[in-house]
Ligand binder design. Structure first.
Ligand code: HEM
Ligand SMILES: Nc1nc2c(c(=O)[nH]1)N[C@H]1C(S)=C(S)[C@@H](COP(=O)(O)O)O[C@H]1N2
Ligand SMILES: [Mo]
Length: 397
């Protein structure tokens, strides 16, 4: 019996082997050399590592451990890290495609498995490639606010980040000898080669073209977070300076279901603490000492912009209400539903003198879409935590 299957397998292999060899040769060309794979791979690995570090930072800011004191300075730190995350992510897309193209002929390796280590290596690369493609694709879909997939973006993106970085570590470890051999340019890498049809193919030309593609993708989108590049922002979903009061809006009052009556004359901001409940209507807030700060809105989706805010220092408001921030504070929005209707703020932000209950933006009363009558603005925090249309603040000791 085993003899029969053995012979069938051998005959099948005999048929497949030449097909695989032909596929390999068709896909192969002088550009797809180990040197190309190493040069593109270095850029891609750098982009992935920047994404991983800044992505984890973003995660920690949104899910802080109670023992961790988060930095409130520099005020633009999160603007910088999340800007770098999305910039590196965008650069990673063309680099990933180029990298896969440069190693594509290896898909037709024959025999497919030579040994147990070879099997493990191929499986780890399959996992790495799959995870990286999905990670980059859903990341790009997220920044254009399109969620055609049925799973939670953040949970999947975070889990795949570990898979990608784990797979990348194994891959680099296994390939270390090849990487070392081709780290520096060698004589045979220097010149173009001619293929069978006599066309000159230059590895450096390919790598330059890939670099140019990645650089263009960055330059034409990074203006959503980098002021100097703002004029060249053609493809990013948000434009600096475009929106009410010169600042983009992520979710409008209408989209958040804010009823005008809920933010009308009857509106008041409640502060709950062990000292009891105090309510501040808009006039009461306006009569308190006002502070001006310049702080960015830095959206997790990668757009950001600095703005001038004016309002009541949170720490002053809490003191007036007799509250002392010992533990996390809970902010509730007039918005009834959605992930941002309630947010939590570690006490280090509440104690920072730059953290405001803002009433004005860029010189005039907050636009309804920016959170009228009052919104929170704190240094170094992701935009999602800068709760608009405030209704209540709960202070825990
Ligand atoms: C290998 C590449 C990547 C890695 C390792 C990576 C890693 C991460 C990690 C760990 C997070 C935090 C997730 C969380 O808060 O639970 C994150 C968030 C995010 N990533 Fe990536 N990422 C990559 C590529 C991309 C790309 C290509 C884009 C888009 C251009 C992107 C856009 C985002 C966005 C918008 C968030 C914020 C999600 C949120 O908090 O709502 N990422 N990323
Ligand atoms: N109540 C509430 N607050 C919110 C949001 C929201 O949807 N609802 N969006 C948040 C997000 S994701 C960002 S980036 C900022 C954007 O602030 P802006 O619209 O004033 O620019 O508001 C945050 N505050
Ligand atoms: Mo955001």
């Amino acid at each position: 019996m085993s003899n029969v299957t053995g012979r069938a397998a051998a005959r099948l292999a005999e048929r497949i082997a030449p097909l695989m060899r032909r596929a390999h040769d068709t896909a192969d060309d002088p550009v797809k050399s180990p040197r190309t794979a190493v040069v593109v791979g270095r850029l891609l690995a750098t982009a992935f590592l920047v994404c991983f570090a800044t992505g984890l930072y973003s995660h920690v800011l949104q899910h802080p451990a109670s023992w961790l004191v988060l930095p409130t300075r520099p005020v633009e730190l999160y603007r910088f890290t999340q800007g770098a995350h999305v910039i590196s992510g965008i650069a990673a897309a063309p680099l990933l495609l180029a990298k896969l193209w440069s190693v594509f002929p290896n898909l037709f390796t024959w025999p497919p498995v030579r040994s147990l280590p070879h099997l493990l290596e191929r499986v780890s690369i399959a996992v790495l490639v799959g995870a990286a493609l999905v990670e980059v694709t859903i990341g790009l879909l997220n920044i254009v606010q399109w969620y055609p997939f049925p799973f939670s973006f953040r949970t999947t993106h975070l889990a795949l980040a570990w898979v990608v970085i784990g797979g990348l570590s194994i891959h680099v470890g296994v390939k270390l000898p090849v990487i070392a051999r081709h780290w520096r340019r060698r004589d045979e890498d220097r010149h173009g080669t001619s293929d069978a049809a006599g066309r000159v193919i230059s590895r450096r030309g390919f790598v330059t073209a890939v670099g140019a593609a990645a650089a263009s993708a960055v330059v034409l989108t990074a203006g959503q977070s980098v002021d100097a590049l703002a004029p060249m922002n053609v493809f990013a979903p948000r434009r600096m300076g475009v929106g009410p009061q010169g600042l983009p809006v992520n979710r409008t009052a209408a989209q958040a279901g804010i009823a005008p009556a809920a933010v009308g004359p009857a509106w008041a901001l409640e502060v709950h603490s062990s000292a009891g409940t105090r309510a501040f209507d808009l006039d009461a807030l306006r009569r308190m000492p006002q502070t001006d700060v310049v702080l960015p809105i830095a959206c997790v989706e990668g757009w950001s912009q600095s703005a001038s805010w004016r309002g009541v220092r949170l720490i002053d408001l809490l003191a007036t209400a007799g509250a002392e921030p010992g533990g996390p504070l809970v902010f509730t929005s007039v918005q009834a539903e959605g992930a941002f209707a309630r947010t939590t703020m570690p006490p280090e932000y509440a104690r920072d003198p730059l953290t405001l209950v803002a009433l004005e933006l860029n010189g005039s009363v907050l636009h309804l879409d920016h959170g009228y009558p009052a919104r929170v603005i704190a240094p170094g925090r992701p935009g999602v935590m800068q709760t608009k249309w405030l209704r209540a603040i709960e202070v825990t000791a």
